[in-house]
Design a protein around this ligand. Sequence first.
Ligand SMILES: Cc1cc2nc3c(=O)[nH]c(=O)nc-3n(C[C@H](O)[C@H](O)[C@H](O)COP(=O)(O)OP(=O)(O)OC[C@H]3O[C@@H](n4cnc5c(N)ncnc54)[C@H](O)[C@@H]3O)c2cc1C
Length: 379
Amino acid sequence: MDFFISKEQMMLKNEIIDFAKNHLNDNKYIETFSMEMWKEISDLGLLGVTVSEQYGGLEESYLTAALMFEGLGYACKNNGFIFVINNHIWVGQNLIYLYGSEELKEKYLEKMVAGQKIGAIAITEAEAGSDAMSMATHAEDKGDHYVLNGTKMFISNGPIADIFIVFAVTSEGAFKRYTAFVIEKEFEGFQVCEDIKKMGLGACPTSEIVLDNCIVPKENVLGRFNMGANIMTAALEWERCYEFAPHVGVMQRIMEKCLEHVNNRKQFNRLIGENQSISHKIADMQMSIELSRLMLYKIAWLKDQGKSAFMESSIFKTYVSENYIKTCRDALQIFGAYGYTKDYEIERELRDALACSIYSGTNEMQKNTIYNMIRSRVV
Ligand SMILES: Cc1cc2nc3c(=O)[nH]c(=O)nc-3n(C[C@H](O)[C@H](O)[C@H](O)COP(=O)(O)OP(=O)(O)OC[C@H]3O[C@@H](n4cnc5c(N)ncnc54)[C@H](O)[C@@H]3O)c2cc1C
C-alpha cells in the first residue's frame, strides 16, 4: 500500500469543507429534500468527481474522492442530503459509467453528472432483504423490449429520482440469473409510491416502486444480459466504501463538538473532561476516526489500482457503522440531558447513524462475508 496525499488533494478537501459549511447547512432542509441545495452541489461538480471529462466529470482519483467525501461528512450536518448524493453517484450514475454501453452513457451520463437527472438503485423487495437473490421481480423477453413485473422496497431517492438501476430475474431454472436494467421514471408501467417515513435521514426520501408490465427497451440492459449478479456485487462494494466515507468526517465533527463541551462544562468544580470515564469516550472516538480513515484510504488506493476491495469494503462498512453509532451514543452521554434535547442535534445524529448498520447489507451479513472469505483461504 502506497498513498501520498498531495497539497492539491488537501485543497480539494478543504474546498468541499468550505462549500458545505456555507451552502449545505440550512436547517429548514434537514427533514426534506432541497432541490436548491441539489443545484448548488451539481454546479460545484462533485457529482462527477471520478467520471471522465468526456462526460463532464472532474476525472479525479478514487483517493481524492475519498478525501472529498470525508470532508463533506465533516462539514455538512445534513446526513440525509449526503445520502441522496451518495445514492445518486455510487450506485446510480457510477454503474452506468462503469458498465453501460456507449449508447447508455451518451443518453444518461452527462445529465446525471450535471445533476439534471437523479439516480437510484432498486434491489430490495418486501420478502427479499438480506437474501436479495430470492427476489421475485422478473423480466420477460418480448422481442424488441422487456416487460418487468415486481415491487421494490426501501428505495432511497425513490420519490425524487429520474433514473433507476433495477435488478430482475431473467433466467429461472437450476441457476437463477439476474439482469440490471436502466429504467426512466416515465417508462410505461413504472410507478413510484409514497414517501416512507423513517426515524432519520429525513432529507433523503425513500419509497416503494412498482413495475406493472413495465416496458423497457432492449438497449437499456446495463452490462450483459444475465450478468446482473456481478453488477449487483460491484454496486454494493462501491456503496460500502463511498457511502461510508462521509461517516468518517461526521465522527470527526462529533468528536470535536464533544471535546469543546468537556472542556467547558464543569460539575463538582472541575471540567467533566477530567473524569476518565468521559475522556476515554473521546479517546475511543479518535481511535475510530484514525482506523476508519486508514481503511478508507486503503480501499481508495485499491480502487485506483483497478483492484477489488470486496472484503475490505465489508470490513470498512461494519467497522465504521459500529463505531459511528457508538460515537453518537457516547456523545449523547457526554452531553447529558442537553444531548437528549433537539437543540443540540445529537439525538438526530444518532437517529441518522442507526440506519448504517442496516443499509448496504446488514452488519451481520458483512460478518458472514468476511468469515466466508477468510475461511475459503484456509479450507
Ligand atoms: C435507510 C435505508 C436505505 C435503503 N436504501 C435502499 C436502496 O436504495 N435500494 C435498495 O434496494 N434497498 C435499500 N435499503 C434496504 C436494505 O438494503 C435492506 O434493509 C437490507 O439489505 C436488510 O434487509 P431487511 O431490512 O429486509 O432485513 P432482513 O433481511 O429481514 O434481516 C433482518 C435481520 O436478520 C438478520 N439476518 C438475516 N439473514 C441473516 C443471516 N443469514 N445471518 C445473520 N443474520 C441475518 C439481519 O442482519 C437483520 O438483523 C435501504 C434500507 C435502509 C434502512
